[in-house]
Structure formats: C-alpha cells, structure tokens
Design a binder for this molecule. Structure first.
Ligand SMILES: *[C@@H]1O[C@H](CO)[C@@H](O)[C@H](O)[C@H]1NC(C)=O
Ligand SMILES: *[C@@H]1O[C@H](CO)[C@@H](O)[C@H](O)[C@H]1NC(C)=O
Ligand SMILES: *[C@@H]1O[C@H](CO)[C@@H](O)[C@H](O)[C@H]1NC(C)=O
Ligand SMILES: *[C@@H]1O[C@H](CO)[C@@H](O)[C@H](O)[C@H]1NC(C)=O
Ligand SMILES: *[C@@H]1O[C@H](CO)[C@@H](O)[C@H](O)[C@H]1NC(C)=O
Ligand SMILES: *[C@@H]1O[C@H](CO)[C@@H](O)[C@H](O)[C@H]1NC(C)=O
Ligand SMILES: *[C@@H]1O[C@H](CO)[C@@H](O)[C@H](O)[C@H]1NC(C)=O
Ligand SMILES: *[C@@H]1O[C@H](CO)[C@@H](O)[C@H](O)[C@H]1NC(C)=O
Ligand SMILES: *[C@@H]1O[C@H](CO)[C@@H](O)[C@H](O)[C@H]1NC(C)=O
Ligand SMILES: *[C@@H]1O[C@H](CO)[C@@H](O)[C@H](O)[C@H]1NC(C)=O
Length: 730
C-alpha cells in the first residue's frame, strides 16, 4: 500500500510524462482489488480526493477514474470528459449497439480499464474496440448478445489485454470457447467467466494464449473438460459446474499444467478423488474440492504433491470415509474437512485411526460439523495425537460431549481452538494449564454450567486475545459468584466475545435467561448460605447418627439391658451359688406372654402345678412387682427351673424375649439343665428369632396338645422334666 501511495503522489505531481511508467503498478493494484472482492470500486488509490461531477453531469470523476452508473435509458452514449480518464466504469446504462464510433470520446485517453456492465449490449461489431489500444482489463456483464456477435466483438480487442471478465451473458446457443480463433496470440493472463453457457471446455482451443496464468470459470454448466498443455497456467478454478469426474490433469506422470499452484473444483458433482489423479502436480500448493460428493479419501491421496500446503474438502460426503494415511504429506499445513458427514468412529467403515498419521507439518485442521458424538477419549487420542504442530483446531458443531484430553496433552502449540456449538458440559480443572500458546478460544453454545476458580488462571486470561463462552447454560448460584464478580470488575472481560449480552443463566429458574451481569447474588448472601449449608449438613449428620444409634439401641435393647443387669447382678448371683445351688426360693419360674397366660396357663397349668404337684411357682404376671427387669433376674436366679411357654405372641413380647435369652444364658453359664420349653402353638417362620432358635435347639421341647391324649403326654413330660433333679449338664 505504501508504494501505491507514492505512485499516486507521483501521478499527481507528473500527470502526463510518468503515466505509462505507472500503468503496470496501477493495474496490478486494481487487479488485486478486483480479484479479492469480486471487482471493487477502485477508489482505494485515490482515497484523499472527492468524487466530482463530470461527463455531461452523468458521471463522477476522481483522479483518472470515472464512473457513470445506473442511468438506464437516460445514458445511451459514452460522454466526453474534460480531464484525462484511464478507468471507466460504465454500468447500468443503455448501450445496445457498440461499434467503432462508440468509444470515440475516450479514445484519446488510452483507457486501460473498462467496465461495461448491465448496459443491455445486444450488438457489437468486430472493430468496436479497435480504438482502445491501451486496454488491459475489460469487464462485460449482463448483456444479451449472440455468440457470433460476442466472438466478433472480442476479436477486435487489443492483443495486449491482460484481464478479460465476462459474466451473465445470455447467448442464443452454448458458446464454443475457441479463443485461438478470436484472440489468437493474445497476451491475456487472466480469464474470468461466470454464468455463460459453455458446456464443453477444450484447453486445446487456447493453445496460442501463451500467457494465461489464471482461468476462472464459474457456473458455466461445463460438463466435459478436455485439458491440454499450458506451461504458464498457475491458477485454475472450475467451480459451480456440473462435473461428475475429477478432470485428467496427469497422463503417465506428465502434467498438462506443470506449474499449476492453485486448483479449485468446488461446487461440482465429483464423486471420487484418486491418488493417481494427483501424481504430477509438483507445484500445487492449494487444492479446493469443496461442495462435491466425495465420500472416500484413500491412503496417500496427497502424498505425491510435494509442495501442497492447503487442502480443502469441506461440504462433501455423505458418510465420508478416511482411510489410513489418507493425509500422508510432508508439506501439508492446512486441512479443511468441515461438514463432510464424517463419523469419527474407528473402523474401516468410517475413519481409520491412522488417517492423520504422517502429516505432522499440519498447523491448521478444521473438522467442524462432522459427527463426534460417539467419539471416545481414546479414539480422539489415537486419531489426532500425532498432530503436534497444530496451531488452529476447529472442532465446532460436532456433538462433542466433553473436552478431549488429547488437546492439552499433545497440542501444546495450539493458538486457536474452536469448540463452539457442541454438548460440552464442564471444563476439567487445569485443562488449559498446558496450552501456553492459546490465544483464541471458542466454547460458545455449549452446555457449560459453571466455571471454577481453578479452571482458568489469571495468567491464562492475560494470554488470551479472545474467549467466547457465550450462550452457555450457566448455573447462576454461589459457585459462579466469583466468575460473575470477575466479569463485573476485571477489564479482561473485554476479551470475552459477545459479553455481556449473551452470557446468561440457564438455571435456577428465577434467573433463567437473565444476563450474568444482572444477577444479584451478594457475597454476603453466599457467605450466609455457606454457613447455613454447613449448619444444615452438621445438624442433619447429627440427626442421622442419633437415629442410627436409637435404632441400634432399640434393635438390641433386650440384649443391652441384659448386659447391664448381668453386670449388676453378677455378684449377687455368685454369692447365691456359693451358698449352695439347691437353696431356691421357687421351683419353677413361669415365663409366658400376657395373652397366652389366661387361656391355658392360668386355668389349667398353674392349679395343677401348684395344688396338684405342690410346686412353688413364680409367675411374673401374678407375683411380680416393681421394675420388671430386676424382677426377672432376681426371681429367675431364685428358681430351680424356668418354664418357657413359647408362642408367636411370646416372641413378639420384649420382656418375654429377655426372659428367654436370660434363661438361655443361665443355661450356658451355669451349665444347668434349667429350661423346660413348652411350645404352645407352632411358630410362624418369621418369629423364630436367634434366641428362640437356640433355645429350641437345646432340648426336646414339649408341645402343648389340645386333645386328651396329648394333654396326658404333656403332663408326663412336664413331670419328668421337673422331677429331674439331676439337672447339671454333663
Ligand atoms: C462499477 O460500478 C458498479 C455500480 O456502482 C459497481 O457495483 C462496481 O463495483 C464498479 N466497478 C466494477 C469494476 O465493476
Ligand atoms: C471532500 O469533501 C469533504 C466534505 O464532503 C471536504 O471536507 C473535503 O475537504 C473534501 N476534500 C477535497 C480534497 O476536496
Ligand atoms: C461524445 O460526447 C458528446 C458530449 O458529451 C456527445 O454528444 C456525443 O454523442 C458523444 N459521442 C459519441 C460517439 O458517443
Ligand atoms: C441493471 O440495470 C438496471 C437498470 O438498467 C438496474 O435496475 C439493475 O439494478 C441493474 N442490475 C445490476 C445487478 O446492476
Ligand atoms: C468505423 O468503421 C467504418 C467501416 O466499418 C469506417 O467507415 C469509419 O470511418 C470508422 N470510424 C471511425 C471513427 O474509425
Ligand atoms: C443485433 O443483433 C441481433 C441479434 O442479437 C440481430 O438480429 C440484429 O440484426 C443485430 N443488429 C444489427 C444492426 O446488427
Ligand atoms: C441484468 O440486467 C437486467 C436489466 O437489464 C436486470 O433486470 C437483471 O437483474 C440483471 N441481472 C444480473 C444478474 O445482473
Ligand atoms: C479440442 O480442440 C482441438 C483443437 O481445436 C481439437 O482438435 C479437438 O478435437 C478438441 N477436442 C474435443 C474433445 O472437442
Ligand atoms: C507416505 O508418503 C510417502 C511419499 O509418497 C511414501 O514414501 C510413504 O511410503 C507413505 N507412507 C505410508 C505409511 O504410506
Ligand atoms: C445457543 O445454543 C443453543 C444450543 O446450545 C443453540 O440451539 C442456539 O442456536 C445457540 N444460539 C446462538 C445465538 O448461537
């Protein structure tokens, strides 16, 4: 740009003499401009000046440029200009008939740049451009003209023309693009055609154009291509045509375009690209085949392109498969594979884990808008961990479920990381610690709920140029308070893209959709809630422990009581035993539950035992008074035998269970056959507790029978048991 400014200054200072000298520079500047944005306004080189009216007040001039635009039928000729004009933009007027008179008003100016767009050209004679000997760039667009007429017209254009630009020309029949015939030996370097019906492209019909460097043919419905030799061609673009096949550029290793550096076959219908089709292009640096239907990249497809830097195969598929070593290349630096419907799932059918092996020079990889929802951490690692020189990685919009660990582990040169529009939920602590070169990070439109204070260091924020966390579902609670405060106060927030508008809460419901900055969560409230949280936690833990111990105590209450009383009465009992075991106050301690007591026991058993047999009975229900447990222990100690009347109800009664376990323990400790076990009713299976089970296992228990015979048998057994004085167990 600097040189350009100087050139303009020179032009102003020496208006006439140096013009030819500067033609070339200017032309190149203009070409640059036009090739960039599709034919800009050429104003750049004269920025400081204003546009002024000129050319019969129909045009505007600035420096050596004039533009006469959009007057339609009011402007039907090329007007006279007072000052010198070398560039004329004549667009949107009415010029149906062009002949050798049409340009007489500007012939003297040595016009180099002429735009004739949208001016309804219908007829154009062979000698129409004869006068414009200095013409270097010609733009013709949107005219209805016959193809014969167009050929005639172009045949009169100077051979020194460099740049021919034809767009939207509606011909009566497909144009036979035979430039050898109409522009023989032309020095044209740059041919740009768009939206003209051509159908067949035959390179042999341009063999006399020895300077062709750039050919761009867009939307010309070319379906067959016959290539021929051109040593000068550097850039070829056949985009938006309906090709089915990748054209043949190589024949037996011989290249039609040995110096081709740029090839764009985007927006065609190409279904496959084979390694052997690319073997001869030794200077190719950029290859674009976007928007085709390629669904397989074979092994070593690009490995014979020694200078290749950029490969772009986006918007292809469906279900693109990548074979092992597909991108084997010692030079490739940028690879674009966006939106190819690739499933990054290992296996022959999808992506070989070695697809990206041997392209270690790669600095930029774009694989956004493919399928990563099934990709495991392991697969990520196996597939991408060799790309240690990556500086830019685009992995957006692919259903990525988590932040893959291979990124911080292997890609420490990474500068730009695009992970927006995925399903990432959280950022593992320290994930970015190793990424010391990272400057641009996009994690927008994920499902991240919180940012921990340890996720990003302050140093990390400082190293970042831009960071996008917008459109996540932040959980606006006390955990996020630090982040909200950070964004409120720290100037680094300027580096957050789309802040503050698109940083909103996803939860809790009260804050849903609210901007983080508008959330009122005070330090105080959070501190209080923290205290409350601690209190709640400790109180509930306490209550839980209490409940637990209560239930344990309750569960083992009889056992615990037993232990306590055992300790207390151990001494007493010991004394008693010392005083001669036979000295009992009672013959039988009668243990039964209250419910059973009345029925059989009180009415039948007690009278017969006491009156009939003259036994001294202790019956807690009748003789007991005061503390029941004390009573049980002291009276059982004072009894020679204990009669246990077991039934379902007995088992459910806590005191009875205590009596039973106490009796059993006496049996164990004193080694005395003191228990007489009577089963009143068959027990339900659930009621056979541990103690009862042990008791029933000790002895042949006696069953109560309801018929007369059983009753007699019962009494026989009872009598035997009671009279068995030899009650010491051997
Ligand atoms: C010519 O003028 C038209 C209309 O203002 C404008 O769109 C175009 O960019 C200009 N330049 C060229 C090279 O067409
Ligand atoms: C261009 O126009 C602006 C106002 O539109 C004026 O201020 C400026 O001086 C003009 N420049 C020249 C070089 O005439
Ligand atoms: C040349 O310009 C003049 C005035 O601007 C105009 O009247 C005349 O028709 C033009 N000549 C041609 C051949 O267009
Ligand atoms: C073409 O010219 C007509 C007037 O003749 C104008 O209305 C229209 O917008 C122009 N189209 C373009 C693309 O310049
Ligand atoms: C235009 O061409 C015709 C012959 O086709 C000729 O008679 C006429 O003089 C030419 N006019 C100019 C201005 O060259
Ligand atoms: C202009 O071209 C049309 C076909 O596009 C043709 O029919 C007509 O005769 C031509 N007019 C002249 C004067 O050459
Ligand atoms: C072509 O020009 C016609 C008017 O002449 C206009 O209606 C149409 O939009 C233009 N088309 C293009 C593609 O510029
Ligand atoms: C291509 O052009 C050459 C030279 O005009 C011709 O001999 C050849 O037959 C053409 N090929 C096709 C396929 O049209
Ligand atoms: C990679 O490409 C080079 C160059 O074509 C070749 O020599 C090498 O065998 C290829 N590597 C593999 C693993 O296929
Ligand atoms: C925000 O994210 C949701 C899903 O996470 C997405 O559907 C939506 O398009 C995103 N909005 C913007 C503006 O990116």
């Amino acid at each position: 740009m600097e040189t350009l400014k100087w050139a303009c200054l020179l032009l102003v200072v020496y208006p006439v003499g140096t013009i030819t000298l500067n033609y070339d520079k200017e032309r190149r500047a203009n070409l640059k401009e036009t090739s960039k944005d599709g034919l800009g306004d050429l104003i750049l080189s004269h920025k400081k000046q204003n546009w002024t009216r000129c050319g019969d007040n129909m045009c505007q001039c600035k420096g050596y440029q004039a533009r006469c635009v959009n007057h339609g039928h009011h402007l039907t000729y090329i007007p006279r200009f007072k000052q010198k004009i070398t560039k004329l933009n004549f667009t949107g007027n009415y010029l149906p008939f062009i002949d050798n008179e049409t340009f007489t008003n500007i012939t003297e100016f040595r016009v180099i740049f002429l735009v004739l767009r949208n001016s309804s050209i219908q007829n154009c004679t062979r000698n129409a451009f004869n006068g414009l000997k200095s013409l270097r760039s010609l733009f013709i667009r949107n005219n209805t003209i016959s193809s014969m007429e167009l050929m005639d017209c172009l045949s009169g254009v100077t051979k020194k023309l460099n740049h021919l630009d034809l767009e939207f020309i509606y011909l009566d029949k497909p144009w036979d693009l035979d430039l050898d015939k109409i522009m023989t030996d032309s020095k044209i370097t740059n041919l740009h055609l768009r939206s003209i019906d051509i159908t067949h492209y035959n390179q042999s019909k341009m063999s006399t154009l020895k300077h062709l460097e750039i050919i761009q043919i867009y939307k010309c419905s070319i379906n067959t291509v016959t290539l021929g030799y051109s040593s000068t061609l550097k850039k070829l673009e056949f985009a938006h045509n309906p090709f089915d096949e990748f054209p043949t550029f190589c024949v037996n290793g011989y290249a039609y375009f040995p110096h081709l550096t740029y090839l764009n076959l985007g927006h065609n219908n190409i279904q496959s690209i084979k390694p052997e089709l690319l073997t001869c292009m030794k200077f190719l640096t950029r290859l674009h085949i976007d928007n085709n239907r390629i669904h397989l990249i074979e092994s070593n497809t690009f490995s014979n392109l020694p200078k290749i830097l950029i490969v772009s195969i986006s918007y292809n598929g469906p279900d693109m498969v990548l074979q092992e070593f597909a991108f084997n290349s010692s030079s490739l630096k940028e690879l674009y594979l966006d939106d190819n419907d690739i499933y990054f799932v290992n296996g022959q059918k999808y992506v070989s884990k070695d697809a990206f092996k041997y392209c270690t020079q790669l600095e930029e990889l774009r694989v956004s808008s493919n399928h990563f929802q099934f990709t495991t951490s392991q697969m990520f690692k196996e597939t991408f961990s060799t790309l240690v020189n990556l500086r830019i990685l685009a992995l957006a919009n692919g259903g990525v479920q988590f932040l893959p660990s291979f990124i911080p582990k292997y890609l420490d040169k990474l500068n730009t990381l695009w992970l927006g529009h995925n399903n990432i939920i959280y950022i593992p602590e320290g994930y970015f610690n190793n990424l010391n070169s990272l400057q641009i990070l996009q994690l927008n439109s994920n499902k991240i709920t919180t940012i921990n204070p340890n996720t990003f260091s302050l140093g990390f924020f400082k190293q970042m140029k831009s960071i996008d966390l917008s459109n996540n579902t932040f959980s606006c609670n006390c955990e996020l308070l630090w982040f909200i405060n950070f964004l409120k106060t720290n100037p680094i927030r300027k580096r957050f893209n789309h802040f503050p508008k698109e940083y909103t809460c996803g939860s809790p419901t009260v804050f849903n959709g609210k901007q983080l900055l508008q959330v009122r969560l005070s330090e105080h409230t959070c501190a209080v809630t923290e205290q409350v949280r601690i209190i709640i936690i400790s109180v509930s833990t306490g209550i839980l422990l209490l409940l637990l111990s209560i239930s344990v105590v309750y569960r083992y209450r009889w056992y615990l009581r037993y232990i306590i009383y055992m300790a207390r009465f151990h001494h007493v009992r010991y004394q008693r035993l010392l005083n001669g075991g036979g000295n009992y106050m009672y013959d039988v301690y009668l243990s039964s539950c209250d419910v059973d007591f009345d029925d059989v026991i009180y009415d039948e058993l007690v009278p017969r035992l006491e009156e009939g047999m003259g036994l001294r009975l202790y019956i807690p229900q009748r003789d007991g008074q005061g503390n029941k447990i004390d009573q049980i222990i002291s009276n059982m100690d004072a009894s020679r035998k204990v009669m246990l009347f077991i039934s379902d109800k007995y088992v459910e009664d806590g005191y009875c269970e205590f009596e039973a376990s106490f009796a059993y323990n006496k049996y164990i400790n004193e080694k005395r056959d003191l228990m007489i076990v009577v089963v009143l009713r068959e027990l339900g299976a659930l009621n056979v507790t541990k103690t009862i089970h042990k008791i029933l296992a000790v002895d042949h228990y006696i069953k109560w029978g309801w018929d007369e015979e059983s009753v007699e048998l019962f009494w026989l057994k009872i009598t035997t048991a009671i009279n068995n004085l030899d009650d010491l167990i051997p």
